[in-house]
Design a binder for this molecule. Structure first.
Ligand SMILES: [Zn+2]
Length: 853
């Protein structure tokens, strides 16, 4: 009944909602392979395709090849159909072990296929058995084998079982993909993450995102609830760990289709077409995952090709992964690649430099220094110099004005700050003043730039201090706090020590969670004076409920944060449910009562259905502990405040409820004045404007109160009806509503009572019933019931009620009609219309353990 967050009064309006904008450069430091989302800057196809009029790229990619004959017979009709478009047959085959001399492979390469990597022996999960070396070996051997095929140049990898299991791990990308094989071979594209189209994407027509029943069209293809290998509404290539292009696969794959609705189902093919329609609208990529395993027919893949050709013509381009890599190199990266010839960092960064929602390119290596900004109007790149090599430099892009981008390089080789202004990087030596010098060792000294207070200006965080730019003094100045004692961003070797900045308590500000092989802790951020001073937990291993290891020996242990969970997937987690270790933020915060939110933070915490907006009209101190409100004819908002809930003001039942009215004196739509109308009322539950005053429900009475002399205070206080039961404070009379019958309706509250009208002395027992009254005459009558909280009607006079366990039921048969025949037997007049499980209104905030269930 009483909210634990800030007691503010918010009113829902039918418009759209706003979201907090995260620091747009943080992902460059983060180790979350699933960091992209609907709001993340995009890399649309026109930016890299190098061909006018192409909006979307389809990559038909078939998995699991060990035997070319099966694949030839399955693929042949598909290849012939593709050749009808432009003579090429672009299909990528993800291959396991195969004879590199097989002549079929040469035939395919001539026709335009590419042969890609799917590990030699297809382990699911790939990292398992505590044997990391085995996972690296099956990957490396496959890369080397595919590289040994004459005329083949493998580019892409797909993780075995990535559409059905939580098998990809951050450890795979960081320690296997982003390294090289013993022979020095490496790849540039991974296509193992799945992208789902959801109804939350406003650019997608609802009939694409929703099925005929109004349910999410694609969600049921996700194989199980805790499937984490998925991103939402982002069908674009994105970079993982600076070296790997991720080409997110489309949901559904053929396996995901047959998993929910049997093999060869036309519904799967229809949904694959709908998913393509969404990708064309968004100008993205469409890697389709399929197999010759009896889940989808060749002819059904051809149906999708026909759909693309017929509806989009040249707007859809069919390519292999190798062709995609080549086009990215030529058209996006000025001939460069994310990886240098040794497979290492080539100083190429994909980052939204001008904050227009589209990704740009920064290249700083020994061959080339160029900045490429995408001009969305002209649909082309504009290029200008980039100031410095940034390969392996731990450089930091940051913002120090509301729309500006700056670059800090702070390594052994070089040191400087450059500001991006009017397509030019300008050196700003002054911004080095007061900045810790990280050039001594050449190691990553842990300097990170993050906008901690969301004001658009980055702060500097190091292992030992936190600094803020003081524009007046032209220097970085230390703030009076640093990262928590016992935590560190980097270790002595300059490697990942196990610290992450994550907003665990959902207040919009990043907290510090730390976990290495010895210790773990969680500190919540308070403010810019005290920093991360709220220690929630800390300990040393081994302990029960310890935080899983985030970083082990300077390397990511396979951890990342998404969807309010810490996840760990590595070679030791295959025995756990869904192959992952995890801790929900709720578990981490189990003993922490939520802090009161500021009115602004409270607003941002709401998530509404599309088309709705929540606005703030009043907050403390104008209003406190509100439980109900009503408007009068002057536009004043009458609010009832149950300040004495649950045990009275003094803990012994002292009445402390209040009724106030709020006034908007300047007409700006927000209330600015509050007048205390009546106080010392015991647990008042509702207020309703009536005649020259208000009705107030406060068991045992229904009061009429009025200000007769215009001083804003109630001087007439009349108990119109008495006798309402004073049970539990959550179970008392409430719900004053005016009916179309011109009676005032009331919810019983569950405590019943023999009610007496003070005007007529008439009494009525309302056990098991609700009640209607006429305040002017004192008449009263029982109603079909009973309601615990809030009896309401719609504009057609249908009445609805609720109780703790039932969010809504309807009263279908009315007592006043049933009472005409005392002999009639009738069904239950109370009909449930919503359950807790399918309620459209639910808390998204953390629920304390004693409130659960
Ligand atoms: Zn496979």
């Amino acid at each position: 009944m009483k909210s634990h967050s800030s007691i503010t009064l918010l009113i829902a309006l039918a418009l759209t909602s706003a979201t907090v904008k995260a620091d747009r450069f943080n992902y460059l430091d983060d180790q979350n392979p699933y960091y992209v989302n609907l709001d993340f800057p995009k890399l649309i196809t026109p930016q890299w395709i190098g061909e006018d009029g192409v909006d979307a790229v389809v990559i038909l990619s078939i998995d699991d090849m060990r035997n070319s004959a099966t694949y030839e017979s399955y693929l042949r009709p598909i290849l012939e159909r593709l050749k009808q478009i432009d003579g090429r047959a672009p299909v990528s085959i993800f291959t396991n072990s195969i004879d590199p001399q097989d002549p079929q492979l040469q035939q395919w390469l001539k026709e335009g296929l590419s042969l890609e990597i799917h590990t030699i022996d297809h382990p699911c999960p790939c990292l398992s058995g505590g044997d990391f070396a085995r996972a690296k070996s099956t990957y490396d051997r496959c890369v080397d084998l595919m590289t040994s095929i004459p005329n083949n140049r493998p580019t892409a990898f797909r993780m075995p079982c990535c559409d059905s299991l939580n098998t990809p791990s951050p450890r795979f990308w960081a320690e296997i993909f982003n390294k090289t094989t013993g022979q020095g071979n490496y790849l540039t594209i991974d296509s193992s993450v799945f992208n789902i189209t959801t109804p939350n994407d406003p650019s997608i027509p609802m009939d694409l995102a929703l099925d005929e029943d109004g349910d999410s069209r694609f969600e049921h293809y996700i194989p199980f609830d805790s499937f984490v290998n998925v991103i939402k509404d982002y069908p674009y290539p994105f970079v993982q760990g600076e070296l790997c292009w991720q080409f997110p696969c489309v949901i559904p794959s053929d396996w995901e289709g047959q998993n929910v609705q049997r093999p060869f189902n036309p519904k799967t093919v229809e949904d694959m077409k709908h998913a393509l329609d969404a990708v064309v609208i968004k100008k993205g990529v469409y890697p389709l995952v399929f197999h010759p395993h009896g889940w989808i027919r060749s002819s059904q893949i051809i149906e999708i090709i026909d759909h693309a050709v017929k509806n989009y013509g040249k707007r859809v381009k069919f390519l292999t992964f190798r062709e995609c890599a080549d086009r990215i190199q030529s058209n996006l990266l000025s001939g460069q690649s994310l990886r240098n010839k040794n497979g290492g960092d080539n100083g190429v960064r994909i980052v939204d430099l001008n904050d227009d929602g589209l990704l740009d390119v920064a290249i700083g290596n020994d061959q080339l220094r160029t900045t490429r900004i995408w001009d969305a109007d002209k649909q082309r790149w504009s290029e200008f110099d980039f100031p410095i090599p940034i390969a392996n430099s731990n450089e930091q892009f940051f913002s120090h004005s509301l729309d500006g981008t700056s670059l800090l390089v702070n390594t052994k080789a070089s040191r400087g700050v450059w500001q991006l202004q009017n397509h030019q990087w300008k050196s700003n030596e002054r911004m080095l003043t007061g900045l810790p010098d990280a050039t001594a060792t050449g190691l990553d000294a842990g300097l990170r730039m993050r906008d901690m207070d969301q004001d658009g200006f980055s702060e500097v965080i190091t292992n030992t201090e936190v600094l803020r730019w003081e524009a007046e003094d032209l220097t970085w100045k230390p703030l009076p706090f640093s990262i928590p004692v016992g935590t560190s961003i980097t270790n002595e070797a300059g490697l990942d020590a196990g610290l992450r900045f994550v907003d665990i308590d959902d207040d919009g500000l990043d907290d510090v969670i730390f976990s290495d092989d010895q210790n773990y802790s969680l500190h919540l951020f308070s403010d810019m004076k005290t920093g991360w001073n709220n220690k929630v937990l800390s300990g040393s291993r081994p302990e029960q409920n310890e935080i899983p290891i985030i970083s082990l020996g300077g390397a990511n242990n396979g951890s990342w944060f998404s969807g309010q969970y810490l996840w760990v997937q590595n070679e030791f987690t295959q025995g756990l449910p869904a192959l992952v270790d995890r801790r929900s933020f709720d578990q981490l915060l189990a003993n922490v009562p939520p802090k009161a939110k500021s009115p602004k933070a409270a607003l941002n915490a709401f998530e509404t259905q599309p088309g709705f907006r929540v606005e703030l009209v009043a907050a403390e101190p104008l209003v406190m502990d509100p439980v109900a409100f009503d408007w009068d004819s002057k536009g004043r908002l009458w609010v009832v405040e149950m300040a004495d809930y649950p045990l009275g003001l003094d803990g012994k039942g002292k009445p402390g409820g209040r009724v106030k009215f709020l006034t908007d004196t300047n007409g700006d739509g927000k209330y600015d004045t509050s007048t205390l109308f009546a106080d010392e009322i015991g647990y008042p539950s509702d207020v309703m404007v009536w005649r020259n005053g208000v009705l107030i429900s406060a068991a045992p009475n229904i009061w009429y109160m009025e200000d007769s002399n215009g001083d804003g205070k109630a001087d007439i206080r009349t108990a119109l009806f008495t006798g309402f039961g004073e049970g539990n404070q959550q179970h008392r009379v409430n719900g004053l509503r005016w009916g179309l019958d011109n009676w005032v309706h009331l919810a019983n509250g569950d405590s019943g009572g023999v009610i007496r009208s003070s005007k007529t002395d008439e009494t009525i027992n309302i056990g098991g019933r609700d009640l209607r009254v006429r305040p002017d005459t004192g008449e009263l009558q029982a109603l079909t019931g009973q309601t615990q909280h809030g009896r309401n009607r719609d504009d057609w006079g249908n009445w609805w009620g609720a109780n703790n366990s039932n969010p809504m039921f309807q009263y279908l048969l009315q007592d006043q009609y049933l009472a005409r025949n005392p002999h009639i037997s009738y069904p239950n007049p109370r009909h449930p219309v919503a359950t807790l499980q399918d309620s459209p209104i639910f808390p998204i905030s953390r629920v304390m353990s004693h409130w659960e269930g």
